[in-house]
Design a binder for this molecule. Structure first.
Ligand code: SF4
Length: 247
């Protein structure tokens, strides 16, 4: 079997914080987030086509050192069969398996969880579910798919996680981007959505040092640490049960 794989990082501690993991980057994504710093991974390019055996033998070289394998991208859930096949393979090697996802494919997440193939999920909630903000951040609407349907998919993923999260470490990530996602009321709306989930909510600093999907974003300065701290405190006042980290 082949898959669109845009790269492998054999040893990383950043994808699953504190764990030494191999990271497999899937090529192709259904979003075009304006601040995305992996623009070269967003298309399913022919040159990314790779036999899964090549991937597994590459990871095998580092199996003794790593605790886990993380699927990232791009959006891994767009390649369901390859994802499930690889997850089964790595679980059979007694490695932990994680995924970094935008949440648009709840059925794939549900299937992976029901097959007990995931130990860690990092779910991006990129904006509150308001048509205007979400479509400005993600550029995900197409001729065939409305913004409402995409947001419904992510809401469904959150519902799936409420059911299955017990044996899975869950991280929700929101990138704080001045001019896009930075308003207290928007963050409060996300806090409301995830309240009660057994998760860590990461407020992530926007980075403008790499090539971004939207070149105009490269001129936007990240918010200060203090600004992020204030957002965190504001949300915790309303939702004291949340566990929030700044990264
Ligand atoms: S940041 Fe957005 S566009 Fe980039 S890979 Fe993630 S979901 Fe896709």
């Amino acid at each position: 079997m082949q898959a669109f794989i845009s790269g492998i990082v054999p040893l990383s501690t950043t994808e699953w914080f504190g764990k030494l993991s191999a990271v497999i980057f899937f090529g192709g994504c259904d979003f075009r987030c304006r601040y995305c710093y992996n623009p070269e991974m967003l298309e399913s390019r022919q040159e990314f086509l790779t036999d899964l055996k090549v991937i597994t033998s590459e990871i095998k070289k580092h199996e003794d050192m790593i605790e886990s394998v993380i699927f990232s991208g791009g959006e891994p859930c767009l390649q369901r069969m390859a994802l499930i096949t690889l997850a089964k393979h790595f679980k059979s090697k007694e490695l932990k398996v994680g995924i970094d996802t935008n949440g648009s494919k709840p059925n794939v997440i549900r299937e992976l969880l029901s097959l007990e193939l995931l130990d860690f999920i990092s779910l991006d909630i990129k904006s509150p579910f308001s048509n205007d903000v979400f479509s400005r951040v993600t550029n995900s609407k197409t001729f065939f798919t409305k913004t409402e349907e995409i947001m419904d998919g992510i809401k469904e993923t959150i519902n799936v996680l409420r059911k299955y999260h017990e044996n899975v470490e869950l991280e929700i990530k929101t990138v704080i981007v001045p001019s896009l996602v930075y308003k207290k009321e928007d963050l409060l709306e996300i806090a409301r959505l995830i309240d009660g989930l057994n998760c860590i909510w990461v407020l992530q600093q926007f980075e403008n040092e790499k090539e971004l999907v939207d070149k105009n974003m490269e001129n936007i300065q990240p918010a200060s640490e203090k600004f992020l701290e204030n957002l965190k405190e504001f949300c915790l006042k309303e939702y004291p049960g949340l566990r929030v980290k700044i990264r």
